[in-house]
Design a protein around this ligand. Structure first.
Ligand code: ZN
Ligand code: ZN
Length: 210
């Protein structure tokens, strides 16, 4: 860092706040936002994938067919891609850093821990761009339900007698049916759709009233 020339931000071109840094303050906070969003998106994709699998096996009636199990839900594949992208950058960070922190917690947490150092690396704009692109693709295809519309536990026991309560999942994209399911794998049958809709709107009303 002997070069005292202040180059513009490598990602957006605006002025940086200190010598030698590649990402400006705004882009560093964009990186923080993107990394912080990763766990929420992975959780969301896992729920979507689980519902996809559950619906497939419930309605196809051939859930035990091994050939069908090979068809992985798209949300699952998207989650894998996002994880693979994060992991590839973790590898690079560990390769380039002179004294990389121990790999106690991998994935996005590792990048979060190293993000100050990352802001000085000439490849930081690539990391930011790739991460934001991947996250944008996932969010466009499977929008995160807004916080008022997150999954809600219903005060109704699972009919399988597993001891848990049923959970209502709002639609994750317009036109998707509402789903009521249990963590044990039970999914409320489709013919109870009216009941599902009533529960959903009752939960929504209670949320807006709260
Ligand atoms: Zn910038
Ligand atoms: Zn259950």
């Amino acid at each position: 860092m002997t070069d005292a020339v202040v180059a513009p931000c490598g990602a957006c071109g605006s002025q940086v706040d200190c010598v030698g840094i590649v990402l400006c303050l705004t882009c560093r906070s964009r990186l923080l936002d993107a990394l912080s969003a990763v766990p929420r998106i992975l959780d969301h994709l896992a729920v979507v994938a689980r519902l996809e699998v559950g619906c497939q096996s419930l309605y196809s009636g051939r859930g035990g067919n091994p050939a069908e199990r090979d068809i992985l839900p798209a949300a699952w594949l998207a989650a894998d891609e996002l994880k693979a992208l994060v992991d590839s950058w973790v590898l690079l960070v560990r390769d380039k850093m002179r004294k990389p922190p121990a790999l106690a917690d991998g994935g996005y947490r590792y990048l979060l821990r190293c993000r100050e150092w990352i802001g000085y690396q000439d490849w930081a704009p690539d990391l930011l761009a790739e991460l934001r692109r991947e996250i944008g693709t996932c969010r466009a295809r499977w929008p995160l339900p807004d916080d008022s519309e997150s999954a809600r536990e219903l005060p109704i026991a699972c009919p399988r007698g597993c001891g848990r309560n049923q959970v209502i999942y709002p639609p994750t994209y317009p036109g998707q049916p509402i789903t009521i399911a249990c963590d044990c794998g039970w999914i409320c049958p489709e013919d109870a759709q009216d009941f599902l809709a009533q529960c959903y709107y009752a939960v929504k009303r209670s949320q807006t009233a709260a």
